[in-house]
Design a protein around this ligand. Structure first.
Ligand SMILES: C[S@@+](CC[C@H](N)C(=O)[O-])C[C@H]1O[C@@H](n2cnc3c(N)ncnc32)[C@H](O)[C@@H]1O
Length: 92
């Protein structure tokens, strides 16, 4: 069911796939987004992906974040750098 402005989830912790959760929220309904997504470093909660795939997934999430963010809102996206064979590529 699509969430509308009258039934926005407030003061709750929602355990859901981020893209699924965001896609159910209406446009421009959020003041602040703080995102700490997987860093693609091969940590225990993630499988390491090619940079292009990781960026495509993050782009999809960030597009949804941008859609639900109010014009006056702020977004903090906390990521690391992509490392491969001694090379570091900053992502932020
Ligand atoms: C870099 S950690 C963030 C840790 C968090 N800042 C904290 O202090 O606990 C990334 C987190 O994203 C979660 N995660 C991975 N894929 C996700 C997804 N599709 N939707 C929601 N969370 C996801 C992981 O389980 C992991 O806990």
């Amino acid at each position: 069911m699509k969430t509308n402005r009258e039934n926005l989830p407030l003061d709750q912790i929602l355990l859901e796939d981020s893209l699924q959760l965001l896609s159910n929220l209406p446009d421009e309904c959020v003041d602040l987004i703080v995102s700490s997504p997987p860093y693609n470093l091969g940590k225990e909660y993630e499988s390491r992906q090619a940079l292009e795939i990781y960026l495509a997934e993050q782009t999809a999430v960030l597009l949804e974040c941008s859609r639900i963010l109010k014009n006056t809102g702020s977004l903090f996206w906390q990521v690391g750098a992509f490392s491969d064979r001694g090379m570091l590529i900053p992502l932020g």
